[in-house]
Design a protein around this ligand. Structure first.
Ligand SMILES: [Zn+2]
Length: 218
């Protein structure tokens, strides 16, 4: 199914799930999931009509969105770098003002070298930040690690926290927000009012960060 919003053509798919309230989800590659309760009380057409303004706004936002990890460019702590491959006997990575220089030899793929670099950098940063927030929140995870996730972060019922292994691509204020968000889930395993109040204690302007995060994808 195709839908036209503004000048954008959007593919959509309808799914029925065991839920009470219907919702929409749009991905950065302009695909819309229409998720409806399997009671079939709501139909897609009605929902789309109701959510018209939201949908237009999300499409406009997506048009301003930023891909953090593209073939020749990569973001690191919110700054854009061009990827440069350089043959060298001593493999290493150097950041200059505009370039991320990958010195390598042999057949190892630059993309894999970059992924590993970002994962290492992410783990180092989020571990330190999590410790700092843990003290302030008096919340201590059993494990802080990085993973190849779709989302920015993920908290499990047994108090382990995983972060997207490319999280360090984001501006640091947003990395901090994600760390704080996941830690607060150790106390509130949902996005309830209490969860938001707790989050606001550490990051009073967290709503701004949430809005900003929507611009970024990998
Ligand atoms: Zn959450």
């Amino acid at each position: 199914m195709l839908l036209k919003i503004g000048n954008k053509e959007i593919t959509c798919k309808i799914e029925y799930k065991k839920i009470r309230h219907a919702y929409l989800r749009i991905t950065p590659d302009y695909h819309l999931d229409i998720i409806l309760p399997d009671s079939r009380r709501v139909n897609a057409e009605t929902l789309l009509k109701e959510k018209q303004n939201w949908l237009r706004r999300r499409v406009r936002e997506l048009e301003n969105s930023i891909n953090l990890f593209e073939g020749n460019t990569v973001y690191y702590k919110g700054r854009k770098y061009e990827v440069q491959e350089i043959k060298a006997k001593n493999p290493r990575i150097e950041l200059s003002e505009y370039f991320i220089k990958i010195y390598k030899f042999g057949k190892r793929k630059t993309e894999n070298i970059l992924r590993e670099f970002l994962a290492d950098e992410t783990l180092e940063y989020v571990s330190k930040k999590a410790e700092e927030f843990s003290e302030r929140l008096n919340l201590f995870p059993k494990l802080v690690s990085v993973k190849n996730l779709k989302s920015f972060g993920h908290c499990t019922r047994d108090k382990k926290i995983f972060f997207n292994s490319k999280l360090i691509c984001l501006p640091i204020r947003l990395v901090d927000y994600v760390v704080c968000h996941e830690l607060v889930h150790l106390r509130h395993f949902n996005h309830s009012k209490e969860f938001k109040l707790e989050l606001a204690k550490i990051l009073p302007n967290y709503k701004e960060f949430e809005r900003e995060l929507k611009r970024y994808y990998w």
